[in-house]
Design a protein. Structure first.
Length: 286
């Protein structure tokens, strides 16, 4: 019956969701048109690849009858492996290179703030939001991630496209999982277009801000970005434990411990393959 639920204005919730999705997509079109016109071609590519990955994964998630644990493990594992490797190879040296001490403090700050935001974000579950809680959290993360991407590429345009693609690699599995939960409660999959567009819009907007020349300031900013991405990457490491999202998605009959033990092998393989993919991509780029 969720499809006929209306808000105070009498407008059906799915209709409102589609309007939000259409408006956010239109904002992305305008932002990326500006990016292309001003020579920000890498941000243009990152924005649309992130949008396509999240929107397609969300569409598939809404049309999947059962959430398969193996799909989640491989999606999360590949993304986590790629992000950890990319942060260590591309962002961490840049942070320390700006200022060894302040860059390190920035990394620590990013990790701690990422953990704090994720932990306190649970409070959203106790609030009456116009958007599903998981999608609200995903939108907040997408906007913050996009803002950091824009600052990085706006101040260091020589960085390759591979870093940006690795950073947004987790958008697909995140969108898939979020829409699976949302659509299970009767929600419309097009709600995913809001966080999918938020990455590019925030990235292009933040790329307009130039950082001061101070090595300490730049070290903190780049270190903070590195820490946040490391936290997100580690948060996406597949957890094959009782009570985890992977455990809840098991759709097979049998002993849960045996199935989780088998999935742990897949978790290790997927994260290793994600890191290897970045290495192979890097060898071709350089």
């Amino acid at each position: 019956m969720a499809d006929v639920t209306t808000d105070g204005a009498g407008r059906s919730r799915p209709t409102r969701t589609r309007l939000i999705g259409a408006a956010s997509t239109a904002a992305l079109v305008a932002a990326t048109a500006y990016a292309l016109a001003t020579g920000r071609t890498k941000l243009f590519g990152i924005a649309w690849i992130a949008f396509a990955a999240m929107a397609l994964a969300g569409w598939l998630g809404a049309r999947t009858s059962d959430t398969h644990a193996g799909t989640l493990v491989w999606g999360y594992g590949l993304a986590a492996g790629a992000m950890i490797t990319s942060a260590a190879v591309f962002l961490l040296p840049q942070s320390i290179g700006q200022h060894p001490a302040y860059g390190g403090f920035g990394v620590a700050l990013g990790l701690l703030v990422g953990y704090g935001a994720h932990t306190l974000g649970h409070r959203l579950s106790h609030m009456d939001l116009p958007l599903d809680r998981s999608l609200a959290e995903l939108t907040a993360h997408a906007v913050s991630a996009g803002a950091i991407i824009g600052i990085i590429y706006g101040n260091m345009p020589e960085l390759g496209l591979l870093l940006g693609l690795s950073i947004v690699s987790h958008k697909g599995p995140a969108g898939y999982a979020a829409v699976r939960r949302f659509s299970g409660g009767g929600g419309d999959w097009s709600a995913i277009l809001l966080p999918a567009s938020g990455v590019g819009v925030a990235a292009i907007a933040s790329s307009l801000f130039a950082l001061p020349a101070s090595g300490a300031v730049r070290g903190v900013v780049f270190g903070f970005a590195t820490g946040v991405f490391l936290h997100v990457a580690m948060d996406f490491l597949p957890e094959c434990e009782i009570g985890s999202e992977v455990h809840e998605s098991l759709s097979h009959e049998g002993d849960a411990h045996t199935l989780l033990d088998r999935l742990r092998v897949h978790a290790v393989a997927s994260t290793a393959l994600g890191g290897l993919a970045v290495f192979v991509g890097w060898t071709f780029v350089v």
